[in-house]
Design a protein around this ligand. Structure first.
Ligand code: PEP
Ligand code: MG
Length: 559
């Protein structure tokens, strides 16, 4: 037995074999090469190897998982040595006199783009296959081992660190997640909580690749991981799992109840989602509204920019499944740690301070326009609101709203139905937005505080980086005062304010949120019932004492 201790970032007990995800090959650069024959031979060998790997996978699937999965890999095996791909890659090698890595990747991108532009959905889906196969050839050239999870059983995925898009890609095959690096505020951690996948990060060097294939038990709450558990240890984890299930069963008592304190104050509990499929989890956990739909994950899950129709399908599916419950769709918050290759964003020194969120949308008006059309069209299928991320200035909100008006005029002209009263809100997640909250409140229909980014930017503390836990304190008085300033500004202007960052689910924060008059908390679906139970169980005297303590803490800090 080997014990490891990391940081629990998504609660729950999981058990399974470890699957170690190797680091993918870095993007290929155009390196000049003189021996073209040697490069051609390397390319051919990597293609042959990819085909053999995929045939082997197809065979394994045929034995263990059925013909549909087997056919997929068999088709990919053919693509790996496909004539037009080979011709194009060799052509690039000769034209550019570059490395096989660059030729393999570029040929894959070019051919995938041709498929993605076709009208048929079937052909468009082939673009993903081509990208996958080209990525496999690139990995073979770089000596990176295979990355397909081919186990029939869900695995505990282990990695150095995991990009949000990779978690999305592997989610159906995971029972748990372990990483050497990472933080609880990263988007990967947030996604794991939304999907209810137990996760532990920060295991550092104690998590070894040699553990691949070993049985492991993990607790995503405490961060405890045990490799090759003996019978007693496995039984202890099993018992903990039972206890958690029993707690969940007891929480059923508040299902269907209102989010109201014993002294009659309403604090609406909503859910955060990242895809229309998450709506099932929202309904299962009795969430009545969606306070944050992180639309960028639709873009990350796809090899190409989703079309208006694809986006409309996703947004309208969520809106209609919520049966009149409001769905706040946040416009594309791409950039920083959420990168989609096809946008070809230039590399930035400080991506968290770069072209992300609304900055991206305002600099790519065609992408923004398409997304807004899809959102407005979806508003005819349910109650939808729009929200803009990363706001720092009044002019940004005005430009966003102008883009909305343009879309409305266009839909009117085309006779396409939409909700004329759709609300447009903004995220308060930068220090600038707090400092000018009064002005912003006159431009927006509602505020939602993104405490993950607000903490990062106020405390100058990277939300992704490990080793900063001590400094990245969302309870810091500066963050709490920013929340109160934003709440005061919202209420002075007569608009509602919610919190949709991870702090919203923190049980220690509830009294503070009530004290400053927060109207809405938006949390991962598994957190809805525990939060509702806490709201319904509290007493008014506690609020008074917390208001006093908050004031005192603020005064002491100032001294
Ligand atoms: C936040 O920053 O708190 C937030 C809700 O947005 P995201 O985590 O997606 O950046
Ligand atoms: Mg944010």
């Amino acid at each position: 037995m080997i014990f490891m201790q990391g940081k629990g970032i998504s609660s729950g007990i999981a058990k399974g074999n470890i699957y170690f995800l190797p680091c993918p090959a870095p993007a290929a650069h155009k390196i000049p090469v003189s021996d073209m024959e040697a490069e051609k031979a390397r390319l051919a060998a990597a293609q042959e190897k990819a085909a053999a790997q995929l045939e082997e996978l197809a065979e394994k699937c045929r034995r263990e998982a059925g013909s549909e999965c087997a056919d997929l890999f068999a088709a990919q095996a053919m693509l790996a040595v496909d004539e037009s791909y080979t011709e194009r890659a060799r052509g690039i090698l000769e034209e550019e006199r570059c490395s096989a890595e660059y030729a393999a990747e570029t040929a894959g991108k070019e051919i995938a783009a041709v498929f993605a532009a076709m009208d048929s959905a079937y052909m468009q889906a082939r673009a993903d296959d081509i990208r996958d196969v080209a990525g496999r050839i690139l990995n073979n050239l770089a000596g990176v081992p295979d990355t397909v999870i081919d186990s029939g059983e869900p695995v505990i995925l282990a990695a150095d660190e995991l990009a949000p898009s990779e978690l999305v890609r592997h989610k159906s095959r995971l029972s748990g997640l372990l990483t050497r690096k990472g933080s609880g505020d990263s988007h990967t951690a947030i996604l794991a909580r939304t999907m209810g996948i137990p996760a532990v990060c920060g295991l550092g060097g104690s998590l070894k690749e040699a553990y691949a294939g070993h049985m492991c038990c993990m607790d995503g709450g405490t961060g405890q991981v045990v490799l090759d558990p003996d019978g007693i240890t496995a039984a202890a984890f099993e018992q903990k799992d039972q206890e958690q299930r029993e707690r969940e069963r007891l929480l059923e008592a508040v299902r269907g109840q209102r989010d109201v304190t014993p002294d009659g104050r309403e604090l609406t509990v909503c859910c955060n989602i990242s895809s229309p499929e998450d709506v099932d989890a929202v309904l299962a956990s009795d969430g009545h509204e969606i306070g944050l739909f992180r639309s960028e994950f639709l873009f990350l899950a796809s090899g190409d920019c989703p079309t208006e129709e694809e986006q409309f399908c996703a947004y309208s599916a969520a809106a209609s499944a919520m049966n009149g419950g409001r769905v706040v769709i946040r416009t594309l918050d791409i950039g920083s740690d959420k990168q989609a290759d096809y946008f070809r964003l230039p590399e930035e020194q400080n991506p968290a301070l770069g072209v992300r969120g609304v900055r991206f949308c305002l600099s790519r008006p065609e992408v923004f326009h398409t997304q807004l059309r899809a959102i407005y069209r979806a508003s005819a299928c349910g109650k939808v609101a729009v929200m803009f991320p990363m706001i720092t200035s009044v002019w940004e909100v005005r430009e966003c709203r102008r883009a909305c008006r343009e879309v409305m005029a266009e839909l009117d002209a085309e006779g396409i139905p939409y909700d004329r009263d759709i609300e447009t809100g903004i995220m308060i997640e930068t220090p600038a937005s707090v400092l000018i909250a009064g002005e912003l409140a006159r431009e927006a229909d509602f505020f939602s505080v993104g405490t993950n980014d607000l903490t990062q930017y106020i405390l100058a503390c990277d939300r992704q980086a490990d080793g900063l836990d001590r400094f990245r304190d969302s309870h810091h008085p500066a963050v709490l005062r920013a929340l109160k300033m934003a709440a005061d500004a919202a209420h002075a202007a007569g608009i509602r304010i919610g919190v949709c960052g991870e702090l919203a689910a923190d049980p220690e924060m509830l009294e503070f949120f009530l004290a400053i008059g927060i109207d809405e908390l938006s949390v991962a679906p598994p957190a809805v019932l525990p939060l509702r139970a806490q709201i319904r169980g509290r007493h008014s005297e506690q609020t008074d004492s917390v208001i006093c303590e908050t004031k005192n803490a603020g005064e002491n800090e100032q001294e």
